[in-house]
Design a protein around this ligand. Structure first.
Ligand SMILES: CC(C)(COP(=O)(O)OP(=O)(O)OC[C@H]1O[C@@H](n2cnc3c(N)ncnc32)[C@H](O)[C@@H]1OP(=O)(O)O)[C@@H](O)C(=O)NCCC(=O)NCCS
Length: 199
């Protein structure tokens, strides 16, 4: 079977339709979804950044921040097929990586702690859900299809298919199940890895 090459716009329209029942047509999505506009603008600012036109890249991303209320650093690596809902107040830092099918809501920060150098922003793996106002700080990894609850503050890796909530974010579900024993074991591991990475 012939493999169909997926483009930025087709992927953007597809994920918007999948995630927002209010989206009625491709034209409406292109014209009225700030998340898709911000992601499209980021493609150009990222190109400028990669071609060492750093100041122009920053100016371009700041211009689109003004229009969309979404601030994406030109250095961030973003896949096609990310869904940003609402978006206002969303901040994505320079060394963040976001894979396809990830859902990001308004007020989310993929930020640094101020203590790390080099890779200092989160990596969000395929299909993860980052709820409104969640703050993800440092070079942590959010695993495939993991869920981060609204307003959580995440400073430690989140394994795939796990839900975390609260401040600091703790595991509340593994594969959608509330197995207290398994959750406790996983939390102990997360806590140990947090402390060893901050020695
Ligand atoms: C975390 C979330 C994604 C649900 O994930 P889930 O794996 O289905 O988890 P559940 O709904 O089963 O909740 C698991 C537990 O966390 C609690 N919980 C859920 N969300 C929470 C939050 N944001 N803060 C604190 N606790 C939360 C639940 O009460 C439940 O507690 P329990 O173990 O005592 O029963 C969801 O609750 C959430 O935060 N959604 C927000 C999405 C969003 O941003 N919407 C904005 C649209 S405009």
């Amino acid at each position: 079977m012939k493999k169909v090459k997926k483009g930025f716009w087709s992927e953007g329209i597809r994920v918007t339709r999948e995630n927002d029942p209010a989206a009625r047509s491709a034209l409406e999505i292109i014209l009225t979804y700030p998340g898709l506009k911000a992601l499209a603008a980021h493609r150009f600012s990222h190109w400028l950044w990669q071609h060492d036109l750093k100041l122009l890249a920053r100016m371009h991303s700041q211009f689109w921040r003004f229009l969309t209320q979404i601030e994406i650093h030109p250095g961030a690596e973003l896949a096609f097929g990310i869904f940003i809902d609402h978006g206002s107040g969303l901040v994505i830092g320079e060394t963040a990586v976001v894979e396809t099918e990830v859902k990001l809501y308004h007020g989310v920060t993929l930020g640094g702690t101020g203590k790390d150098v080099g890779k200092r922003h989160p990596t969000v793996r395929k299909g993860a859900l980052i709820s409104a106002h969640a703050q993800l700080l440092g070079p942590i990894e959010i695993g495939e299809n993991a869920k981060v609850g609204a307003s959580a503050v995440v400073v430690t890796d989140v394994p795939a298919y796990v839900t975390v909530v609260g401040i600091p974010a703790k595991v509340v579900r593994i594969n959608g199940k509330k197995d207290e024993k398994e959750i406790l074991t996983l939390e102990e591991k997360r806590e140990a890895s947090y402390h060893s990475s901050h020695l």
